[in-house]
Design a protein around this ligand. Sequence first.
Ligand SMILES: [Zn+2]
Length: 50
Amino acid sequence: MKELVGMCKCCGKEIFCLDGFFNGVITENKQTYCFDCHETSSNEEENPQS
Ligand SMILES: [Zn+2]
């Protein structure tokens, strides 16, 4: 089963749910990213202050 969940907010790549495995990341803001873009953005936006 392959279900289209959304598109990467960064690169526009389609994000699918494959047999229960989500092929990307949903942030707290309900935005979907592919793994590559999420990795990049989390590295850039990583903030040790919390
Ligand atoms: Zn992306």
